[in-house]
Design a protein around this ligand. Structure first.
Ligand SMILES: [Zn+2]
Length: 160
């Protein structure tokens, strides 16, 4: 156990039980819960047995409560883990609740990149398969043209 771990501290006043289910300080929707295990592990990779037990408990909680859920756990700062004690977020979901996952609306390839690749495939390459760069057709110009047509940040709305 870590002396300074806020989640371990929650177990100090509770001599029994290996799990705790509680509302986080800043719930993202009504019913948002955190599920933690008494044994301190930093994240879901440190001890697969503990991770499994914790997931089982979180699964049961969601099953009993019913409805749609996201079950989310993170490892590391870049994955948005803020408390370094393994925890699972249970987030109840409703139709049109407006809640976005961190990656909602994104894809591996940005739509703009895909459009440029399609344009490359449809005639902006020369006979050697190279991108045709000139004053008239440069990649950056095509990018700005697409942005303008979309009414993006640095582009103008379509004139009608
Ligand atoms: Zn801890």
């Amino acid at each position: 156990m870590s002396k300074t771990c806020v989640f371990c501290e929650k177990f100090n006043k509770r001599p029994e039980g290996d799990h705790l289910v509680f509302e986080p300080l800043n719930p993202v929707v009504e019913g948002h819960l955190l599920v933690i295990h008494r044994e301190h592990t930093d994240d879901f990779t440190e001890n697969p047995i503990i991770s499994g037990q914790l997931t089982e408990r979180a699964s049961l909680v969601a099953k009993i409560k019913g409805g749609d859920y996201n079950l989310i756990t993170s490892k590391g700062k870049n994955a948005t883990q803020t408390v370094p004690h393994l925890h699972i977020h249970l987030i109840p979901r409703k139709e049109n609740d407006g809640l976005l996952l961190p990656w909602s609306g994104q894809a591996y390839k940005d739509q703009l990149v895909r459009e440029i690749e399609e344009m490359e495939d449809s005639g902006l390459r020369n006979e050697n398969g190279e991108w045709v760069e000139s004053d008239n057709i440069s990649k950056s110009k095509v990018i700005s043209m697409i942005r303008e047509s979309k009414g993006g940040k640095d582009g103008k709305k379509n004139n009608r």
